[in-house]
Design a protein around this ligand. Structure first.
Ligand SMILES: [Zn+2]
Ligand SMILES: [Zn+2]
Length: 301
């Protein structure tokens, strides 16, 4: 390789700058190690991804999206982003070019709307449905507390909801949530819940998600909305002991822990809705509460 390089550099000695030298080195590597470079190419293709980083999201509602892809795809996308950002400015959007480029990603998520915007036609009615769950405290309802919580327990300012209401590109759905008078289980008749159905209704699912926030297996942090909704006392249609389909008997379990419970002898019971006592196959016991998991094996011995 050294001989090859000497020759190439000597040939172009007068014009070689740093950039040219890099290119010659790259070319030399391609010629001399073609197979390795092919493997490198395949690895690079495998590494393409689009990652929405949920950890980057905080109370501001602003987050990061990272894309690694084929240059041609990225370039084409970036050109459309620039085109939509310019159209937004033409429509009177006062934000900076960076902010408009970021907004353009949302516009492009609704292709019909993006086409109308670029062509200067009136926007069609929004197709995107954004679900923002905002959990108000009692103090917030009377205007004393500007802080609420989303479905994962992240604190959010009520300002964010106002911002959402002002947007004309998403349709806003207000979904009331029953939290007062929630069923506590026991002898109560589970009034208003779909107790006869195996699948819980949407309101009950949301109630369980907001109450438990994550999979309720000890120490698991998988968000509840990505979990299965498990009947803690099994739903057996023909048994008089059948567990009801009601938040007082439902808990989020991620797929992995759902299987673990079914297959490997982990057991759990509800102490009260939102508080679970787990027993592992070796007799170790854990209390899972809204504040986290506590190993209570010694205290229950
Ligand atoms: Zn109930
Ligand atoms: Zn889990």
């Amino acid at each position: 390789m050294a001989a090859y390089l000497d020759e190439e550099i000597a040939r172009r000695a007068e014009t070689v700058g740093l950039v040219t030298l890099d290119r010659i080195l790259d070319e030399a590597k391609l010629r001399l190690h073609a197979e390795e470079r092919e493997l490198e190419q395949l690895e690079a293709l495998d590494a393409r991804h689009v990652l929405l980083d949920e950890r980057s999201m905080n109370h501001t509602g602003i987050a990061d999206l990272v894309i690694r892809g084929d240059w041609a795809d990225l370039k084409a996308f970036e050109e459309k982003v620039a085109e939509v950002a310019a159209a937004l400015a033409d429509n009177g959007c006062p934000d900076s070019v960076d902010a408009r480029r970021s907004m353009a990603v949302g516009v492009l998520a609704d292709p019909e709307r993006a086409l109308a915007l670029v062509a200067g036609r009136p926007a069609p009615s929004p197709k995107r449905r954004v679900v923002l769950t905002y959990h108000l405290t009692d103090a917030a309802l009377v205007g004393l507390d500007p802080v609420g919580f989303d479905v994962d327990g992240r604190p959010l300012l009520d300002q964010l909801v106002r911002q959402g209401c002002a947007r004309d590109d998403v349709s806003l759905v207000v979904q009331p949530l029953r939290t007062l008078g929630a069923c506590r289980g026991g002898a109560e008749p589970h009034e208003g819940h779909a107790v006869e159905d195996y699948r819980p209704n949407a309101a009950d699912l949301l109630e369980v998600e907001l109450r438990d926030r994550t999979c309720v297996h000890p120490y698991c942090t998988r968000p509840a909305r990505h979990c299965d909704c498990d009947h803690v006392v099994p739903f057996e249609p023909d048994s008089p002991e059948r567990g009801p389909t009601c938040p007082c008997n439902l808990a989020p379990l991620c797929r992995h822990h759902h299987r673990l419970k079914t297959l490997s002898g982990w057991r759990y019971t509800i102490i009260e809705p939102g508080i679970y006592l787990w027993c592992d196959p070796h007799g170790q016991r854990f209390l899972r509460t809204p504040d986290g998991t506590h190993d209570v094996t010694d205290r229950l011995a």
